[in-house]
Design a protein around this ligand. Sequence first.
Ligand code: BV8
Length: 258
Amino acid sequence: MKPHPSSNPDDTLTRVAELLRRAHHVVVLTGAGISAESGVPTFRDAQTGLWARYSPEELATPQAFARRPHLVWAWYQWRRTLIRQATPNPGHLALVEIERRVPHFTLITQNVDGLHRQAGSRHVVELHGNIMRTICSREGTVVERWSQPEGEEPPACPRCGAYLRPDVVWFGETLPPDALQAAIEATATADLFFSVGTSAVVQPAASLPVEAVRHGATLVEVNLEPTPVTPFAHYVLTGPAGTVLPALVRAAWPAPAP
Ligand code: BV8
């Protein structure tokens, strides 16, 4: 039975804080929205400057890389530069605190920016890879150093000469089996599942929140606006993750009086 969502945001926060205090296995799915306040543009934000005329779905594909490797490589170099300048925000840090406080915690992220681990989260499942890791486009193995000077062309693999590429999952590519399996298992055993800062469009990640409800979890959504997940959420906390998540932690575990 879906509890009647309170119209009073404070009341909803208090209810979710109580659930968080009593939770056994908390699972959090994050999307680009949790990194927005760190200055990492989300996929929905209009791409700026040179990239304004391309959509991520056009560039983040094996076909785009085969057809225009220099353009795709340059797009990832631009994003890497942005991410290097980004630091974890209070939303990332609140998830580190929740991981410390609850018996079992799994963080499933669609983000490739590595900011959760940088913030101190330990049990992180990177569903779509990590933009800071580079692999050989033919061998699929990680390449850490290459001699070619930075330029437009993707560098060549020092072993086989094929183009290097970022270690991320492109549209049309399958997710890393271990990561997907870990995400599915966590989703099936969660008693409290948060969907944070994701437009819940990209599959199969977008199915996890509803899968959690199907397995009996209470679903909480944290977002600025409704998404396809909203109708399934037992509670909706509307607002920036960098504000909502720290408020939730303070409500669940109030700081001891001085
Ligand atoms: C696959 C890495 C098997 C690359 C990314 C059904 C089943 C399986 C596949 C499909 C399917 N239907 C369609 C598909 C194909 C495709 C897909 O889902 N297409 C979409 C467009 C419909 N899926 C795939 O190809 C996947 N592969 O399933 O393999 C297969 C293969 C072939 C055919 C069938 C099956 C691979 C998908 C992975 C793609 N790679 N990233 C890179 O980064 O360059 S996806 C990328 O986009 C991100 O990782 C992320 O997942 C997604 C963007 O989503 P969000 O993170 O939600 O970000 P977005 O900008 O959309 O939204 C931000 C949200 O935050 C908003 O709601 C906003 O309101 C909110 N927000 C903003 N600020 C804040 C905030 N919230 C809180 N606080 C704030 N401050």
